[in-house]
Design a protein around this ligand. Sequence first.
Ligand code: NDP
Length: 250
Amino acid sequence: MTTQKIALVTGGSRGIGRDISIKLAQKGVDILLTYNSNKEEAEKTVAAITALGRKAVALSLDTTDSSSFDHFFSQVSQHLKNTFNTDRIDFLINNAGTSLNAAITDTTEAQFDEMMNIHLKGVYFLTQKALNHFHDGGRIVNISSAVSRVSFPGVSAYAMMKGAIDVYTRALALELGVRGISANVVAPGAIFGGGAMEDTPEIRSFVMGNTALGRVGIPDDVGGVVAFLCSSDAQWINGQRIELTGGMNL
Ligand code: NDP
């Protein structure tokens, strides 16, 4: 068995998740990343990681379908054994997600359920099952959003799921302390170049106007912080929410 560290990064194929995967790989971590349907983009990220001299595998995963998680983790187990020469994951980054821009009066039950399944139920049960394959002393980083602190029109269903992730992370940190596992939240503001954020000149100008550092966010603003949280320098950070917004709505 190897002492090499392995991270499972959901939605690690593009956008913020891609930056997280690359930044972790730059710190010497091997990567098991997931994508939903865009295999081509996932394979490009795998190639970028292997070019850094690290191992990487891309697996498909739909986090809205918790009934698929047992099958997913049987594939993970196979790859841990055959590709990574281990049976344990060290880091879980719950990043996969979409967004929704709909007023409370317009939000449909189907839209609400989708937000709940991908951003809340999926994260809860994927983490639960991942813990069966997790090293004691490992780290969990959940990706939330600035909108769990500050509200804008149209974000309610999305934001309330992210708010629940902030709460869930504190509970995880408390319950998993006995295994030496820490759990933290990273809450980015508007990140352009990540596909989940609608990108228009009007939205960009609104975001810049509300941001102390006067620009919009990019995926490169996020991955390094997640990699830091998985490093030994961050060993005493636990149960915390770290906002990455350049100072939005201070
Ligand atoms: P992207 O759209 O760039 O990437 C989303 C990733 O998640 C892709 O890998 C995608 O796979 C995967 N994915 C999408 N749907 C599912 C699903 N049902 N099951 C499993 N995986 C899925 O998103 P971002 O990088 O912008 O966002 C990543 C995370 O960051 C999300 O949780 C989002 O809520 C959060 N966030 C984003 C912000 C932003 O402004 N962009 C701000 C704050 C938080 P595929 O390529 O196959 O579709």
